[in-house]
Design a protein. Structure first.
Length: 157
């Protein structure tokens, strides 16, 4: 299997049907937790980033090494909202889902939800990513092929 950005993200198998979220599981590791025994909140942002990287690689067929090294692009987070709804602990397995809200000229708005195994939401996030040319650090249009693949994960209204 291809490289992973963080070790606790397990990639999904197969492709998602149109309008369905990208889903995977995330195991909470010892290093994710603070002295209180719960996930230290900045770790969720790393988990979000790992989820985006895996979605790009597994479903969009644009791995981050290809985007960054070969094409000279980037896909930075430019806006982020997160609600921490309930704590997660060492050993928990979280169900993660990523769905697309909208795709603009250069940006994609996604929703990420992490749930416990019993379906209770732990963390909910809204993320805006922008495709850039890394040399001038300027936004560039999302190619039509990539846009179509992203839209396959658009959440129904």
């Amino acid at each position: 299997m291809a490289e992973k950005s963080i070790p606790n993200v397990k990639a999904s198998t197969g492709t998602s049907a149109a309008g369905r979220p990208y889903r995977t599981e995330i195991r909470v590791r010892f290093g994710d937790c603070d002295p209180a025994g719960i996930v230290f909140y900045p770790r969720y942002l790393e988990i979000f980033n790992g989820l985006v990287e895996d979605w790009c690689r597994d479903e969009l067929q644009y791995s981050f090494p290809d985007l960054i090294t070969q094409r000279g692009w980037g896909l930075p987070t430019v806006h982020l909202e997160v609600d921490f709804l309930a704590p997660s602990r060492f050993g928990d397995v979280l169900s993660a889902s990523l769905s697309v809200r909208s795709v603009g000229r250069s940006s994609v708005n996604i929703d990420i939800v992490l749930c416990s195994q019993d379906g209770k939401e732990r963390v909910r996030g809204k993320v805006v990513l922008v495709l850039i040319d890394r040399k001038p650090h300027k936004a560039i249009p999302i190619p039509d092929e990539l846009r179509a693949r992203m839209l396959a994960f658009r959440a129904s209204e």
